[in-house]
Design a protein around this ligand. Structure first.
Ligand SMILES: C[S@@+](CC[C@H](N)C(=O)[O-])C[C@H]1O[C@@H](n2cnc3c(N)ncnc32)[C@H](O)[C@@H]1O
Length: 295
């Protein structure tokens, strides 16, 4: 069977809002026959597959649906979430979005600030979708590279605004934080969106997880907080929860001042639990000779 490449799929979906809406509904468990909505059978065949209840999204369909719904959320928020807005991005800022997905934060931000920066992403599907969004939205100022958050392919002090949103849960946290510190210029701002213990506990209680991922993430999170260790599931995959306290202490050790934290414990078991967010600034380098701060 022939396959459309993901960039082509992305362009088709983005140019036809009803199709995107259908995909989002399907991702939310609102099953409907997407193949009736999609004019292109090849496209429908790649995004959906039959199951006992009719149709379900393929792995590719799930990935695309996730990124497109995140993009919609960010665009509806009028330019990414509030903490991204607090990054005080200016026309000459050098922005890096680590684990950028399909570029949802960068795309939302670039509506106000056209020359933005670069996204780093591991997943080729997300990157192809990013390329499609750039084509459709005509955003030449945002770019993306394939790479690993744990070994960033950038020179020291290359960026002064760094976004890392919902990515620490997927990576080895300590090497990733060390890399963020390395590529962040002195005085630069970093925004981290964590994934906490309650995120996984909620999933466990609601039995919404496949293949034991939650217990693994909980044990790994405990190892991380207690012994600064994490286990890998596969060569490139790990999972953990993070706490504001442990990440803040680690940031302090790497030369950052935490300047704002958002943590809302009131809705732990409510319909929506907001994940903790940290905004930190890299300290300016002290000159040991005279104790002066280098500007
Ligand atoms: C939950 S999504 C968040 C996407 C985006 N940052 C957002 O806020 O919507 C996590 C993203 O991190 C990416 N990712 C996971 N491990 C990575 C790694 N080691 N290096 C770079 N990106 C990674 C995934 O492919 C995925 O796109």
């Amino acid at each position: 069977m022939n396959h459309l490449d993901v960039r082509t799929i992305g362009r088709q979906l983005l140019r036809e809002p009803p199709l995107r809406a259908a995909l989002e509904q399907l991702a939310n468990g609102n099953l409907q026959d997407l193949s009736e909505t999609l004019a292109e059978p090849l496209l429908a065949g790649q995004l959906c597959e039959p199951d006992d209840n009719g149709l379900r999204l393929t792995r590719l369909g799930r990935g695309i649906a996730y990124h497109l719904s995140e993009l919609r959320i960010q665009l509806e928020n009028g330019g990414a979430d509030t903490y991204v807005s607090q990054l005080d991005i200016r026309h000459d800022s050098k922005v890096l979005d680590i684990g950028c997905g399909a570029g949802q934060s960068l795309v939302a931000l670039s509506r106000e600030q056209p020359r933005l920066g670069v996204g780093l992403e591991f997943d080729p599907v997300a990157l192809a979708l990013f390329a499609a969004i750039r084509d459709v939205e005509q955003l030449p100022g945002v770019d993306a590279v394939r790479g690993n958050a744990e070994t960033l392919p950038f020179a020291d002090s290359s960026f002064d605004r760094i976004i890392c949103r919902s990515v620490l849960m997927h990576v080895r946290v300590l090497p990733t934080l060390a890399e963020i510190a390395r590529v962040c210029a002195d005085g630069g701002l970093v925004y981290l969106h964590l994934t906490d213990f309650w995120f996984y506990l909620r999933k466990l209680l609601r039995a919404r997880w496949e293949r034991g991922g939650v217990p693994f993430a909980l044990v790994n999170g405990l190892l991380l907080q207690s012994f600064s260790r994490q286990i890998r599931m596969r060569a490139t995959r790990t999972m953990s929860y993070q706490t504001v306290g442990s990440i803040s202490r680690r940031l302090d050790g790497l030369g950052f001042d935490v300047i704002a934290v958002e943590q809302d414990r009131r809705q732990l078991m409510g319909p929506r639990h907001r994940q903790p967010k940290i905004l930190a600034r890299k300290r300016l380098l002290q000159n040991p000779a005279d104790g002066e701060t280098k500007a």
